[in-house]
Design a protein around this ligand. Sequence first.
Ligand SMILES: [Zn+2]
Length: 579
Amino acid sequence: MRRRLTWVGLAAIATAFALVNAGSALAQEPSQVTGLDAVQDDGFATLSWNAVEGATDYQVERTPVDSADQPTGPATIVGLWQPTRTVTPDAPTFAESGFVLGERFCWRVRARFGTAAQPFSAPVCGTTRPQWGSGPGASLRTQFEQTNGASYTSDVNEYAYTAALDAASERVRVVEIGRTLLGRPINMFVFGYPEPLAGTAQISESPTTLIQCHVHGNEPSMRESCLILARELAFTDDPTLLRIMERSTVLIVPTLNGDGRAANTRGSSTGQDLNRDHSLLREPETKAFAAMLRDYTPDVAVDGHNGDNEDLPVLGPRHLNVFEELYSEVKNGLVESWIYDNAALAGWYAGPYSNGGASQETILRNTFGLKSIVGILSENRPGAGITRPGATFAGNENRKSYGQLWLVKRLLDYHDQNHSAIRRLVAESRAFQRANIGRIVFRGSYPWPPFPPLPSAPDVDAPTPDAILEDPPCGYFLTEEQYHGAQPDGTVELRLNLHGIVVATAPGYLVRELGPGYFVRMTQPLRGLIPPLLDQQAAEPMVGGVRLQESSNGRCAQVESVSFQAAIWSTGFNDYTSD
Ligand SMILES: [Zn+2]
């Protein structure tokens, strides 16, 4: 006789679980989910089950239980799994998150046909992983962890935690890369095993991953992921993480915009969106960050944010001056193969970041590409959305931070498994830039179309003809005043130097033609960034230099027949508010 598993009150739940625990084989209803399994990870459990034919989605139910699996609270629907949001629609997995870490739960899953709910699966129970940190790291917890996600870590708490980690582990060195405008330290963790490499030059010459955790002050989730990861790297015995730190350096900048975090504002204390300032470097925060990129030259990087519609929206560099093979590797290799596939296995909804995502060289994921770094933007969904109903504030924050913790670990794995290919790609990208062959684009994006079955996609951002120089310039001339003249944001000399753009005194023939000044050659690794910074036709130039072209006698000189208006290009760029 078929026996339907119906839960009417806690007593019935207890009876049902006792049956499961006794190993009884329950007869299956038609369309009942089977094969439910729960695998525990840091801050989430991956639930997986067998797909039910014809199901349009699945509901996930969580019940808190004691050590004997007796319910201690009500069952709640905490998840909606939609086959349209994953690359494996026939293999359901759901990253169940948003609980207090270390507590024990039982889960059931049911299919739905439209809104018609089918019978629940048999339950599966498990104790979730506690907050990471046995051994020497056991006593260290961030404010976020101490409150189980109910409050973010304050600046004071972050600095105390950072100093404690620095003091307690040989594997980490904390470097202050700069200060915010209001004087808050901008720290960077430098990890290696058994200890970090001694000097910046050594790190630059060896494999390095950069995790940039926080730039928009009101997007704090990945900062929490990074502080937790820092403790794990400092004290872990995990052989994979130890090997990663033995073979490469891991850099973590937990808080670039400390003033914005303290005020919970997107911008810095001046109101400047720092993720629109990675080319112009008007602010002390972006100046410090650019100098760090110049000196440490990471190969792989992530820029952490908090927005859009999936658990983990990601996007790579799209600016058309980025080396095409680097853009392709980020899109096809890192994002669409590595991240989407692994996210589907773990149960996170990953997808293309769709809230804008255009070509501005001012945005870090584009600047990464222009600096020959295999880098991505990583966002997460601010609200629980329809797929995670019933989430509390703290539960939602836990989901966001532990989701991004999972993501940055996959980035470390990706780099670890592809060291030599990535080194080769970075070298090819720099060589491509130095060769100065092919068109220059001021603004315009490589395509990033929808990725079936994931529905969302970034905007179309093809360049308009007036944003393209088919014949690339050979360099730019800057006058003495343009190069050395005082400016509120710092001289052009200072800011080009922070990028690592090489500038020379103008040669005699240019001086005779244009007067005393400075010469910026295009044949250098940051070639793709130079016209957006120095051309009068650029969208947001740092200064309007004189564009130089290769002349018939082989010199890099001003083209007499062309004169340019010193006007800011204004052909209708989108002004996105996210990313
Ligand atoms: Zn953001």
